[in-house]
Design a protein around this ligand. Sequence first.
Ligand SMILES: C[S@@+](CC[C@H](N)C(=O)[O-])C[C@H]1O[C@@H](n2cnc3c(N)ncnc32)[C@H](O)[C@@H]1O
Length: 232
Amino acid sequence: METQHESCATCYHPRRTVCYRGYREMSAPVSGTEGYTDEAAELFRRYEGIPAADAHRAVLHLIPAASSRILDIGSGTGRDAAWFAAQGHRVVAVEPTDALRLPAMTLHPSPLIEWLNDSLPELACLRTRGERFDVVMLTAVWMHLDAQQRHRAMPNLAALVREGGTVIMKIRHGPVPAGRRMFEIPAEETIELARMQGLHPVLNLRAESSQQANRVAGVSWTSLAFVKGPTA
Ligand SMILES: C[S@@+](CC[C@H](N)C(=O)[O-])C[C@H]1O[C@@H](n2cnc3c(N)ncnc32)[C@H](O)[C@@H]1O
């Protein structure tokens, strides 16, 4: 099921066209999504070829075994949403790129996944619902936001996780692929932004890419995780 709120200008796209090359978004592009529509077909091949359990090896111990509420922001092809759903979790998959979200819904049909067209830094539609999640995931998304957007986004993320819940981020470093909008982000900055919102760091791990071509190109990743504590 895809949820769209007609009253919410951010997530309601009344004028969507479909052409033989894929989905063409006619509304204003979301900052950070540059390059994704044109590469969507290739990205389905690439992202779906990486087992989710391998992509998230560093944080497997932070994902609850019991059925939980998981928010996957920048859910891409839906690989991780489907993996969570297969484990019995309820997932809200937020993805602003139509060319990824719409085929993902077809590829990974599950009554446990709700697909939502929304975006950072505001997450305007999601926030109107007032939900709290056990786990908030951002895999390969945070580095698409500039410094001002990161400052704006962190309080919104913190508001979406329940007390005692976990925020998990995987942040890319290295050369920026052609056509993408991406920033180099020191882990310390994100940790400080999170701390200011009552998110306490429990993981800070840097590792080279597991993909050989990316490794050779100098791509590495930081895995960060935070647990929400009581705010003073
Ligand atoms: C590198 S892909 C990662 C996809 C998926 N998380 C994965 O690991 O396979 C980055 C995703 O972030 C999304 N994205 C980019 N800017 C965004 C924003 N401002 N808000 C939410 N998602 C965004 C893109 O559309 C894309 O799906």
